[in-house]
Design a protein around this ligand. Sequence first.
Ligand code: NAP
Length: 281
Amino acid sequence: MTAQIINGTLLSQQIRADVTQRAKTLTAKGKQPGLAVILVGENPASQVYVRNKVKACEDCGFYSVLENYDATLTESALLAHIDRLNHDPKIHGILVQLPLPSHIDANKVIEAIAAEKDVDGFHISNAGLLMTGQPLFRPCTPYGVMKMLESINYPVRGANAVVVGASNIVGKPQAMLLLQAGATVTICNSKTRDLAAHTRNADILVVATGKRNIVTADMVKPGAAVIDVGMNRDDEGKLCGDVDYLPTKEVAGYITPVPGGVGPMTITMLLVNTIEAAERN
Ligand code: NAP
């Protein structure tokens, strides 16, 4: 069996076309959606991410601001910038690009963002709302994964879902979203004793560890939907995921490529969260 590829680039285009239309409607009412992105320091990967996010906003007709501060910015100065943006009526979403320099407490910064502008969905009250089944913002990457499953009409209800990785930004919220959609969910982490025993039982396998080839074809149930969140570099420096893609493609029923899978969906769902925030406003 060769898996059907879930094309995140194509699905993103479809969702972004809808977002653009909604932005146009809001702008016509004098309520253009606005996103502020804050970058502290000169991490090259972060610079690329924020540029892509700002460009995606502009392409969809959003108002967007990029505030790029020197790595020496103090925590209190950063909190003051967030407070200003919290009160800016043109801004509906605020995103602080992680990681932050080590002298800044990222948790404190995330908690300073007004929960109704927390389009990353990382604020503790948004995490709590998600946990209790009343999400205001769903974190972008797991939200994108759910949209990918929806795009293939995958019957999530009753399925065995295994999430490999338990971070606050991907693994845990992913597990919550799958649980709320009716899946039976297992979360694996670096201490999991027999990873393959879990993954082989998965109808839906979401892999988010940052460990290249952590999932190989023999660890996948034939016909499973395999969603690869990982972003790594192979020996030639090319972008690759956490799943050993080519052999796994011959076993899985559905698979997401890297690049062109979850990556574009993450930015797209940031746009969706921002438009939803603007519409609520
Ligand atoms: P993270 O914070 O480093 O978390 C990694 C998770 O993987 C941890 O829970 C860790 O377990 C678990 N893990 C590590 N080794 C493992 C093993 N051998 N077996 C099972 N679990 C293991 O990473 P993250 O922020 O969630 O990101 C994960 C990957 O997704 C990275 O490659 C990142 O670049 C990528 N990513 C991609 C997108 C996208 O848009 N495509 C978005 C976000 C992240 P412990 O909890 O025990 O440490």
